[in-house]
Design a protein around this ligand. Structure first.
Ligand code: MSP
Length: 525
């Protein structure tokens, strides 16, 4: 096993009843940024995503579409896999719950819980929502505008009575509360930890973990009339992918427990209550953190197929650019909160933060270097405090700030810190006015341009996780070799070498210009 520090990050596995939309891309991109950050920071990383293919919802969708369930799952799963690629997400594995390896893991986990006395046979009579794939207590239901009983999420519910196995969730209440107490960052953001703890404090009932009224699922060992409840099946994916039930498998030994399960707030309870209880029951280690992000809203509501307000990630990419979209999603909405996305704020971010603050800075500096320094990295004279101050601000100190923010999944804070240094760099250009030094003090001009190139190198390295393609171009314009773009190269030892030839400068972030007023904005108004 390698002695490198390691980092295992997972997205939820996506239901294959839906077309991938920007909400799905949001989760996967956020994880990709963390995975890339950790890799550059010297970690051995495992980044997992995949699809959740069993359950009544998927079976019903296939029936409604008149297609074979397996054919539907193959097609939609492929769409999610393609989405990860299209969004520039460098995943290490893609899991499908219909794979053999997953059946083996689910059976083993089931048997382990059974052997320890945490599962028992009984029958379930109560409310079930197929859309949420969740059981609801009478007291949790509300009524919709038409007077029908609905789940707290607004989803339709139906009364279900069927033989079922139960998991002794009630027996884990105290242990869960103790765990939350001892690991206050087990769930972030903080407010969500409180919600979870108060839900558990309110009392836990045993959980139905098998279904008998349909068959699209993993058969229960020794009782094949039952299929496992889709959430038990789905949550197990996080260990399947590491080779469980082989606890000696290299990936399992290296990467379990997971460092982070990234989830949307709507599925926090499954990850922060049920999943740790299953693991406790099986005597397996618990994940270190569950982060619940908010919803991206469009026209005031969570995007969903049924509401018809879905924003396509492909439209955003085609229209605004991939790096621009990635930056916008993580910068615009404080991670953890709900937030609106839309054309106007996206264009504002592109033109102001990217084209103007960063793109223009690079363009000005690189064209001055081309014109005045023989198109190569300038040779600096003695540095002033202003020069060293700027370079230092963009170096290991900024890395430390960004690292601290990302360790709590605060992408917006990380980006704010980087943009504050970009602001410093722009002020420095204006104050030093290198264009005016060309005749009067060419040495000083070279020093200032050197400090700026070096600052751009550092910013380019730090921004790679969020905007891999654009930063690849920026670092290419500075002739930074691919092997020296890690965070370990951020400091003075990695500094640009004077005299290195630079390619002709080209813009890295074009301004967004409204094409046609009649064209409806891709991200809604
Ligand atoms: N299959 C389950 C997860 C099982 S994990 C063991 C599931 N799938 S899902 O496809 O419905 O949702 C996956 C994720 O996408 C959830 O984290 C959900 O919060 C997220 N999003 C779906 N719509 C979203 C928005 N509009 N905005 C942000 N994220 C949203 O739940």
């Amino acid at each position: 096993m390698s002695s490198q520090p390691h980092f295992y990050v997972t997205t939820p596995i996506y239901y294959v009843n839906d077309r991938p939309h920007i909400g799905h891309a949001y989760t996967t991109i956020a994880c990709d940024v963390l995975a890339r950050f950790k890799r550059l920071d010297g970690f051995d990383v495992h980044f997992l995503t995949g699809t959740d293919e069993h359950g009544q919802k998927v079976q019903k969708s296939a029936a409604a579409a008149g297609v074979d369930t397996r054919a539907l799952t193959d097609r939609v799963s492929r769409n999610f896999r393609d989405l990860a690629d299209a969004m520039g997400c460098a995943i290490d594995d893609f899991i499908r719950t219909t794979e053999d390896r997953h059946y083996a893991a689910c059976r083993a986990l089931w048997q382990r819980m059974m052997a320890r006395g945490h599962l028992y046979a009984g029958s379930y009579a109560g409310w079930y929502s197929v859309r949420d794939e969740a059981f609801y207590d009478e007291s949790e239901l509300t009524t919709d505008a038409a007077g029908a009983r609905v789940a707290p999420s607004g989803a339709e519910v139906a009364w279900v009575e069927e033989p079922s196995y139960f998991f002794r969730l009630s027996a884990f209440q105290e242990r869960l509360l103790e765990h939350y107490e001892r690991h206050p960052d087990f769930v972030l953001p903080e407010g969500r930890m409180n919600e979870v703890a108060s839900f558990v404090r309110g009392g836990l009932k045993d959980l139905s973990v098998s279904r008998t009224s349909f068959d699209w699922g993993i058969p229960v060992p020794d009782d094949p009339d039952h299929v496992m409840y889709v959430w038990l099946d789905a949550l197990t994916n996080y260990i399947t992918a590491l080779g469980y039930p082989d606890e000696e498998a290299a990936l399992y030994r290296q990467f379990w427990p997971a460092d982070l399960h990234m989830v949307g707030k709507d599925i926090l309870r499954f990850h922060a209550v049920y999943w740790p209880a299953f693991l406790m029951a099986a005597e397996l280690p618990l994940p270190r953190r569950v982060f619940a992000h908010g919803w991206l809203l469009n026209r005031g509501q969570k995007m969903s197929k049924s509401l018809g307000n879905v924003v396509s990630p492909y439209d955003l990419k085609d229209r605004y650019g991939l790096d621009q979209t990635r930056y916008y999603l993580l910068r615009e909405v404080p991670f953890g909160s709900d937030g609106y996305i839309g054309h106007d704020s996206l264009v504002q971010r592109i033109n102001s933060d990217l084209a103007n603050d960063l793109g223009n800075l690079a363009q000005r500096v690189l064209s001055m270097v081309k014109r005045n320094c023989q198109a190569s990295v300038p040779a600096p004279g003695a540095f002033d405090p202003a020069d060293t101050g700027l370079m230092a601000a963009a170096g290991p100190a900024l890395l430390a700030t960004v690292r601290e923010a990302l360790d709590r999944q605060a992408f917006h804070r990380a980006l704010e810190a980087i943009w504050s240094v970009i602001g410093d760099a722009n002020r420095y250009v204006d104050e030093q006015a290198p264009w005016a030094l060309r005749k009067t003090d060419p040495d000083r001009m070279a020093t200032v341009l050197y400090a700026l190139c070096e600052t751009l190198r550092r910013l380019g390295i730090l921004l790679q996780p969020v905007m891999p393609d654009a930063m690849d171009r920026l670092l290419g314009l500075l002739s930074v070799p691919a092997a020296t773009r890690r965070f370990a190269d951020l400091g003075d030892e990695g500094r640009l070498e004077s005299g290195t030839a630079l390619p002709p400068p080209v813009g890295i972030f074009p301004r967004y210009v409204e094409a046609d007023a009649d064209d409806p904005p891709a991200a809604g108004a």
